[in-house]
Design a protein around this ligand. Structure first.
Ligand code: UDP
Length: 161
């Protein structure tokens, strides 16, 4: 029973992925969502918003001493973002691989950044970098009630509907 619970928990791992303002403006939202869906992850939260400086300064609190911090906040407030919670086995690490290196020049083709961006200051997408970081970020961007647990139709016989 313990094993079963652990396996369940493993498949419930969650991460925060955000399409940044340049990604929204360049109409990349659909393509980015498609990659996560086709990989096999489950979308359990989604919203579009203009992020406040307050929210972003919390989100990027570890970077506040970096020289690029103020530019980063200006970039992230330059338009709406699309923020998502994705769920699945090893989703944090796999999402980081799918997103690619922070600097697009070092992101291989096949990654979101490697395919859609050229400069570190306009790198299209965000993905949490650890399970703990993901929990923190999800709490920051989403209310628990706006994260939805749903079952797949192929796990229910039509007679039950
Ligand atoms: N960033 C930047 N210049 C840099 C490094 C980072 O503008 O030299 C921005 C970039 O948008 C990056 C974000 O700051 O995605 C957060 O940086 P972090 O090191 O956390 O990278 P990430 O986890 O997003 O790959």
């Amino acid at each position: 029973k313990k094993k079963k619970l652990a396996a369940l928990k493993d498949f419930r791992e969650r991460t925060l992925v955000a399409v940044k303002p340049d990604g929204v403006q360049r109409r990349l939202v659909g393509q980015i969502i498609q990659r996560f869906e086709q990989r096999g992850f489950k979308l359990v939260g989604l919203k579009m918003l203009e992020a406040s400086e307050e929210l972003l300064s919390e989100h990027y609190c570890e970077l506040r001493m970096k020289p690029f911090y103020h530019g980063l906040l200006r970039y992230m407030t330059s338009g709406p973002v699309v923020v998502m919670v994705w769920e699945g086995h090893n989703v944090v690490q796999t999402s980081r691989t799918m997103v690619g290196h922070t600097n697009p020049a070092e992101a291989p083709a096949g990654t979101v950044r490697g395919d859609f961006s050229i400069h570190v200051s306009r790198n299209v997408v965000h993905a949490s970098d650890s399970v703990e970081g993901a929990q923190r970020e999800i709490q920051l961007w989403f209310q628990e009630k706006d994260i939805l647990n749903w079952d797949c139709c192929d796990q229910t016989s039509t007679g039950d509907v």
